[in-house]
Design a protein. Structure first.
Length: 118
């Protein structure tokens, strides 16, 4: 796995699924605010005139020479909750992302957000 600080080097690289089918291009990394570890990537998908960013979990993700390989299927990733390419993730949308992938969601003790962009 790469460090979230290295995102500038990995932006626009392909993100592929378990079968190495391209999902889209890496845009940003979101870290879990409790652990400060990479948790999700936003991936640019869609046609040139209708692009959006989908959230893809980074659990057990690996890097190749020119790609980031995630452990979810391309179809599942493309159906994930999304934001506009210049949008921001509203706090109330975070649980939907986790639920889409069957992952548990829990806010911090003070109700703080779970994901922070790097």
């Amino acid at each position: 796995m790469f460090e979230p600080e290295d995102i500038r080097e990995w932006r626009d690289h392909d993100v592929v699924d378990v079968g190495k089918k391209k999902i889209g291009s890496l845009e940003a990394i979101y870290v879990d605010t409790a652990s400060d570890l990479p948790s999700f990537a936003t991936v640019t998908v869609g046609m040139p005139t209708k692009r959006r960013l989908v959230f893809v979990p980074l659990v057990n993700a690996t890097v190749g020479p020119d790609y980031l390989k995630v452990t979810v299927d391309r179809k599942l990733a493309k159906e994930a909750p999304s934001i506009d390419v210049d949008g921001e993730l509203p706090a109330e949308e975070e649980p939907k992302i986790f639920a889409h992938y069957g992952m548990p969601y829990q806010t911090g003790a003070g109700g703080e957000r779970r994901l922070g962009r790097r």
